[in-house]
Write a protein that binds this ligand. Structure first.
Ligand code: SAM
Length: 252
């Protein structure tokens, strides 16, 4: 029996799968154990050359997985063609398993909470940071889907290197909540514990009333007077760095 047409497989799975848009997203997803039932490229030679250069560890898997399809067929599968002309679909990890990992104690690295984030690019950048620092996970509250293709693209496929779920404030994982707010105590006087829940407010309106009510501590990043606030993803970067530089990050 001949192998199924990858485009048929794609169309069958697209509605329920995670879109990996570009070579780097696919590379990261494979490295961190994603199940990838279909991967296509408009230029297999170029994609495998990139694998030789940047991803020797998953090169054999890529060689087995990647099917070349005509350029127009590739373009029809993605919202915005990627310079590497690679796209794949991955199985979305189980929510039940994700919730179990978020709830598990003791925890060796914080959970990052984005409270009602609005910008998909910011959410992707935060997931990439969480993956880099070995954070336990990223939780969002509100309506933004943290598995939206634009977030996965911004996160470079690193959703598979951490746990990513959407929850309500009432469902947040256990652990002391350190909420980041310019009006809080100077973070430099605070040691963030490994089981911390680090919460950040929305780009437009900051922390919600519900999140403030759950917070055990309000902490501020150093900032010169007259500057109102930092960008959300930048704030997460500084906070995770502070955690790692003050004793955390055994895993990194
Ligand atoms: C762009 S800011 C939100 C600005 C918003 N206009 C406000 O009223 O807070 C997004 C989030 O980044 C974090 N943040 C930004 N600058 C900060 C600072 N200097 N100290 C602590 N957190 C900060 C906070 O969690 C904030 O809610």
């Amino acid at each position: 029996m001949s192998a199924p047409d990858p485009l048929d497989v794609w169309h069958r799975l697209a509605g329920t799968s995670v879109l990996l848009d570009g070579f780097h997203a696919l590379k990261h997803a494979l490295r961190f154990g994603a199940e990838v039932p279909v991967a296509v490229t408009a230029d297999r030679t170029a994609a495998l050359a990139l694998a030789d250069e940047l991803a020797a560890d998953v090169r054999d898997t890529l060689e087995e997985l990647l099917t070349e399809v005509p350029e127009p067929a590739y373009r029809s599968l993605v919202p915005r063609p990627h310079p590497t002309a690679v796209a794949a679909l991955a199985v979305r990890p189980s929510r039940a398993a994700g919730l179990e990992r978020l709830a598990r104690l003791p925890r060796s690295a914080p959970v990052v909470v984005l409270d009602h984030p609005r910008n998909l690019g910011n959410a992707g950048a935060v997931i990439r940071l969480a993956a880099g620092f070995g954070a336990t996970g990223v939780v969002t509250t509100g309506t933004l889907d943290p598995w939206h293709p634009t977030v996965v693209r911004g996160g470079a496929g690193l959703h598979f290197a951490t746990t990513v779920e959407r929850l309500t404030v009432d469902e947040l994982p256990p652990g002391p909540v350190f909420a980041l707010d310019p009006e809080g105590e100077d973070i430099r006087a605070t040691k963030l514990p490994d089981d911390a829940v680090l919460a950040f407010g929305s780009e437009r309106s900051g922390l919600s009333a519900g999140l403030r009510a759950r917070a055990d501590h309000l902490v501020a990043l150093p900032m010169r007077p007259q500057v109102s606030s930092y960008n959300l993803a930048t704030s997460v970067a500084m906070t995770l760095y502070h955690w790692s530089a003050t004793g955390g990050a055994q895993a990194v």
